[in-house]
Design a protein around this ligand. Structure first.
Ligand code: PMV
Length: 327
C-alpha cells in the first residue's frame, strides 16, 4: 500500500452508445458499447492517504471542489473503502485538462483516473479489467477510459456486475489514423443529466425496446468495420446508433432534446461534405456538441468547413488516446 498515488486518464467517445441502466447502484448497463479513447481531453488525479483526516477533502483544478462534486467523489471513495481493509480518509487533487471552457470535462476520464489512483492508495492492486469494473461504479463510460484506442464495454449478464467490464479491441490495433473533431456549439451546462435522461428514456419511450433489439447488430457491424478498417461502415452505423439514441429521448415523456440549431447545422454540413466525396460522420452524446469522425488526411478540410459555420464556437481535433497512465 502506498500513501500517495496519481494517475492520468483520457476521455472517450462512444461509437456505439451506452443508454440505460439495469442496475443503477452497480452501474450495470442495458447494452454493450464501443468507444475510441481520445488524446485531447484528460484528467490527472492524485490521492493522498492521511490518517489524521476526519473526512475526505476534494480539490478540483486547484480549488476546493463544490459540495456536489465532492459528494460524487466521496460516494465513489466509499465504494473503494468497502473493498479495502483501510478505512482512513484521503485528500483528492484532480485537474481536468480540457482546452476549452465548453464543459467537455468528462466523468469518463475523471472516474477512470480516480479509480486508478484511489484503488492503489487503498491497497487494492487491481488489474486493468478489475479497474474497469471499479471505474464503472463511478460513471458507466469511465469503464472504457481505462484502455486506449478502440474499447468494448461488455454489458454482462451477472447480477453482481463482475462480467460488465471493458477491454481493448486489440485485434484492431493495426494503425488506422482516424480522427475526431469535437465541434462546440454550446458552452452552457445541460439541464438534463445523462443519468436522468437514460432513466426517462428507459421508463417511458416506446422506441426504447427498438433501441435494445437492434443494439447487438450495431455492435457486430461496428466491430467488423473496425477490424476491416472500413470507415464508411463504421461511420454509418455510428450515425444510425446516435440517431436511435436521440430518438428515445425525443419520444420520452416528458420529451427532451439536447440538440440546438448549431447541432443541426453541423449534422447537415457533415452530410453535405459526404456529397462532395469526403468520408465524414457525426455522433452526439447527451448534449448539444457534435463529434465528427474522419480519416486523418481529411481532418483539415473537414475542420475548416465546420469552423466556417456561423453557430460553431470552436473545434478541437482529437486522435486516438492511451489508456490509464501512472504519474
Ligand atoms: O458515463 P455516463 O453515465 O455519463 O453516460 C454516458 C452516456 C453517453 O455519453 C450518452 C453514451 C456513452 O456510451 O458514452
Amino acid at each position: 500500500m502506498s500513501m500517495r498515488a496519481a494517475a492520468r486518464a483520457h476521455t472517450n467517445i462512444a461509437l456505439i452508445k451506452y443508454w440505460g441502466k439495469r442496475d443503477s447502484a452497480l452501474m450495470l448497463p442495458m447494452n454493450s458499447s464501443i468507444s475510441m479513447t481520445l488524446d485531447a481531453f484528460y484528467t490527472e488525479t492524485q490521492v493522498v492517504l492521511d490518517k489524521t483526516l476526519l473526512a475526505d477533502e476534494v480539490w478540483l483544478n486547484g480549488e476546493p471542489a463544490s459540495v456536489a462534486f465532492t459528494k460524487q467523489v466521496v460516494d465513489f471513495l466509499n465504494k473503494v473503502r468497502q473493498e479495502s481493509e483501510v478505512t482512513s480518509f484521503v485528500k483528492v487533487f484532480t485537474v481536468n485538462h480540457v482546452p476549452t471552457a465548453a464543459g467537455l470535462a468528462s466523468s469518463a476520464s475523471g472516474f477512470a483516473a480516480l479509480a486508478a489512483a484511489s484503488s492503489k492508495v487503498y491497497g487494492l492492486s487491481l488489474d486493468p479489467k478489475a479497474l474497469s469494473i471499479l471505474a464503472r461504479k463511478g460513471s458507466g463510460s469511465a469503464s472504457r477510459s481505462i484502455f486506449g484506442g478502440f474499447v468494448k464495454w461488455h454489458k454482462g449478464n451477472r447480477a453482481d456486475g463482475l462480467d460488465a467490464f471493458s477491454e481493448p479491441l486489440y485485434h484492431a490495433m493495426g494503425h488506422w489514423p482516424l480522427e475526431f473533431i469535437a465541434v462546440i456549439v454550446e458552452d452552457k451546462a445541460k439541464d438534463m443529466s445523462s443519468r436522468n435522461g437514460m432513466a426517462q428514456s428507459v421508463a417511458t419511450s416506446p422506441l426504447y425496446s427498438g433501441w435494445l433489439e437492434s443494439i447487438e447488430a450495431d455492435i457486430e457491424r461496428a466491430e467488423k468495420a473496425i477490424l476491416s478498417q472500413n470507415l464508411k461502415d463504421l461511420g454509418e452505423v455510428m450515425e444510425h446508433n446516435t440517431l436511435k439514441m436521440h430518438a428515445t429521448m425525443m419520444t420520452a415523456t416528458p420529451p427532451f432534446i439536447y440538440w440546438t440549431a448549431g447541432t443541426l447545422s453541423v449534422m447537415h454540413a457533415v452530410k453535405e461534405l459526404r456529397t462532395q466525396g469526403i468520408e465524414t460522420y457525426f455522433t452526439i452524446d447527451a448534449g448539444a456538441n457534435v463529434k465528427v469522425l474522419c480519416h486523418e488526411r481529411d481532418t483539415d478540410k473537414v475542420n475548416q468547413s465546420l469552423q466556417s459555420l456561423p453557430l460553431v464556437q470552436q473545434t478541437i481535433k482529437c486522435k486516438a488516446g492511451p489508456g490509464v497512465q501512472w504519474l
